[in-house]
Design a protein around this ligand. Structure first.
Ligand code: FDA
Length: 459
């Protein structure tokens, strides 16, 4: 893309200013891009090739918690860190199930799904949205009742951006134990990482749903041997005490060799800091920062594994990781199963339920600017994605909408046919794409809210 600068950035403090922005954009024929946390992988909330305005929700970030009802209203300009911090300041046994990175925005994240460390026990963020406040193309402020169940369904996983501007979500909070247990165990190739990763695939989606055994894979220099190797980092959360965790892992995954000394007990909110990569004893206040922790240049892609990847397939991945030796390339295997299976594929637009063992997230990031540098890394991740085709879901080869990837297809600048958009639409939403198109046609037939991967209306 050769992006333009926005003509104007609107930072509303009040809903009426959003209504004004919609009115003015329509009148002057410019596009609107809505930004909550600005973490879109392809920058679609702040980059465009056509004249556009940004509506930046950062000032609409209030959070009100009702501990008695176990619910909260969260404005979409809030970040996940702000939400977690506010919940923890009111209660030690309430939490919310959403992503790991604290600077991710509520608006994009919850409307697109929201997977995190609590997801095997409690599902994704969008599963827990119980009401919403949305401003539609006509500037009307709608709640669940006035928007109707179709639109309310669409904005819980289908992405807010195609349908209007989401001002706030009402969510149901979840109950968690006062103490949880975390561990991060590393195994290298010399410590049988290949066999362990292979075995993990038979365990991770079936083990006790209170345990989320996440797996990160990257090339690194081992401090033990001083040599470059592949590291399998088993990064995990158990909703309970270490003495209950150990027998579960020792019975179902003894090969990991987990011992008590690997584990740390802590309140849930401290586990949020742990998984975000902050050192122990960091003040919880960091959760309120909006400054992202990521490198300037980045490309991500995703897949779903419905069958275990054989050992020879894993060895091929190691070769790819060895090519990106700057320690900035990673595969994240996020286990499914548990409560994620309790929802049907069509309950909300997020369709990745029973039958998925784990989600694969491919990530590469770099610091140096320049086209050549960028091409090198992007080509690497694209080649890896091609290599993975035999080992992942097929027809469609599914992808996670929140890990947005324009490689899988894009809208035309003007009208896009259902057939053309189906190429990427079915990957993200499977059969739900049809209903998303019907809702879009109903609520925004003129396709005012659009971007390179928005849901097109039927023309
Ligand atoms: P941003 O503001 O860029 O918006 C993303 C999209 O949503 C854009 O199309 C935008 O227009 C639209 N949008 C935003 N606010 C809206 C509103 N109020 N109304 C209507 N449309 C709106 N995901 C995950 O599931 N689990 C995880 O652990 C992580 N971790 C993670 C870490 C890092 C460092 C990054 C960069 C990303 C993730 N993600 C993630 C992915 C993340 O969920 C995804 O990028 C979200 O869309 C980001 O939401 P933001 O509001 O920050 O993005």
């Amino acid at each position: 893309m050769s992006p333009m600068k926005p003509l104007v950035i609107v930072t509303p403090f009040h809903e009426s200013q959003i209504q004004d922005a919609i009115y003015c954009s329509k009148k002057s024929g410019i596009q609107i891009r809505v930004r909550s946390g600005g973490h879109d992988y392809e920058g679609l909330s702040y980059v465009s090739e056509v004249p556009f305005a940004i509506v930046d929700m950062r000032n609409l970030r209030s959070i009100s918690i009702d501990t008695k009802d176990k619910t909260a209203w969260v404005e979409t300009g809030a970040t996940l860190g702000q939400l977690y911090y506010t919940i923890a300041s009111k209660s030690r046994t309430l939490a919310f199930t959403a992503g790991v990175c604290p600077t991710v925005g509520v608006g994009g994240h919850m409307s697109g799904g929201g997977y995190g460390m609590l997801s095997r026990r409690h599902g994704i963020a969008a599963d827990h949205i119980i009401d919403a406040k949305v401003i539609d193309v006509n500037g009307r402020i709608l709640d669940r009742k006035s928007m109707g169940e179709d639109l309310f369904w669409a904005i819980r996983g289908g992405g807010g951006t195609s349908f209007g501007i989401v001002v706030a979500f009402k969510i149901e909070l979840i109950v968690i134990p006062q103490t949880v247990t975390v561990f991060n165990v590393t195994r290298t190739l010399e410590q049988n990482a290949t066999q362990l990763v292979h075995r993990w695939q038979y365990v991770a989606d079936k083990i006790d749903e209170n345990l989320l055994l996440r797996l990160f894979l990257r090339s690194f220099t081992s401090s033990r041997s001083g040599k470059r190797t592949i590291g399998a980092f088993f990064t995990s959360l158990y909703l309970g005490r270490v003495d209950d965790l150990l027998p579960i892992v020792q019975e179902k995954f003894p090969e990991l060799g987990l011992v008590k000394e690997d584990c740390t007990e802590m309140p849930w909110i401290e586990s949020v800091l742990f998984f975000a990569g902050f050192p122990r004893n960091t003040s919880l206040d960091v959760l309120t920062s909006r400054v992202p922790l990521v490198r300037p240049y980045f490309k991500g892609k995703s897949d779903y594994a419905t069958e275990p990847i054989p050992e020879h397939g894993l060895k091929g991945i190691w070769k790819f990781l060895d090519e990106e030796t700057e320690n900035r390339a990673e595969l994240q295997f996020s286990p499914y199963g548990g409560r994620l299976n309790d929802y049907s594929e069509s309950e909300i637009p997020f369709p990745h339920r029973a039958g998925n063992i784990f989600m694969i997230h491919y990530v590469v990031s770099w610091d140096k600017p320049g086209k050549k540098e960028s091409e090198r890394h992007v080509n690497w991740i694209r080649k890896l994605y091609s290599y993975m085709a035999p080992y992942v879901s097929k027809s469609p080869r599914t992808a996670y909408f929140n890990y947005r990837d324009l490689d899988i297809g894009m809208n035309n600048e003007r009208n896009t046919s259902f057939k053309q958009a189906s190429v990427w639409g079915f990957k993200y939403f499977k059969i739900n794409f049809r209903r998303l198109v019907r809702v879009k046609t109903e609520v925004d037939p003129s396709n005012f809210f659009r971007n390179e991967q928005s849901i097109p209306p039927l023309s």
